[in-house]
Design a protein around this ligand. Structure first.
Ligand code: SF4
Length: 145
């Protein structure tokens, strides 16, 4: 990756969106990986282009650490279900889920994957609650006319 010119790398990741910036960030990350990195959350967050979601994704999926990943899907579903209040921040949502689930990286990954699937099938921006498996537990669905 580091040997590729930025423009070539950007072209390869074009479908992911924001590809020019991402190409530079990927190279910064690749340089970090080559430098006997400190795989702590703090070290990852200090990297250019790495925020909490990316840092936790690396820790969970690459290192099997106990880091629940919060993304827009999780915030949307969790808010609608009543797990957190609207506007909940990353760490508040993460603290809620971490306190509610057994501290097992495999389970965190599976749980998150199921949230993503639910967001794609039912809990879209405009939700399709009919047929949603969580409908009986959902604050948003109960409040709908
Ligand atoms: S019932 Fe509706 S709002 Fe609630 S989680 Fe399912 S799709 Fe989302």
């Amino acid at each position: 990756m580091l040997r590729l010119p930025d423009a070539e790398l950007a072209e390869l990741i074009r479908p992911s969106g924001y590809f020019n910036q991402k190409a530079k960030k990927l190279k910064a990350f690749a340089r970090f990986c080559l430098a006997k990195p400190d795989w702590s959350r703090e070290a990852l967050l200090a990297l250019w282009g790495v925020g909490p979601e990316t840092a936790d994704s690396i820790l969970l999926y690459a290192h099997r650490r106990e880091a629940f990943v919060i993304d827009a899907y999780t915030l949307r579903i969790g808010t609608r279900l009543g797990w957190f209040e609207p506007g909940a921040e990353y760490h508040a949502a993460q603290a809620y889920l971490t306190a509610s689930l057994p501290r097992e990286p495999e389970l965190y990954g599976e749980f998150h994957a199921l949230l993503v699937e639910l967001a794609k099938r039912h809990c879209r921006k405009t939700p399709e609650c009919a047929g949603c498996p969580l409908r009986d537990r959902c604050r948003f669905a109960r409040m709908r006319p």
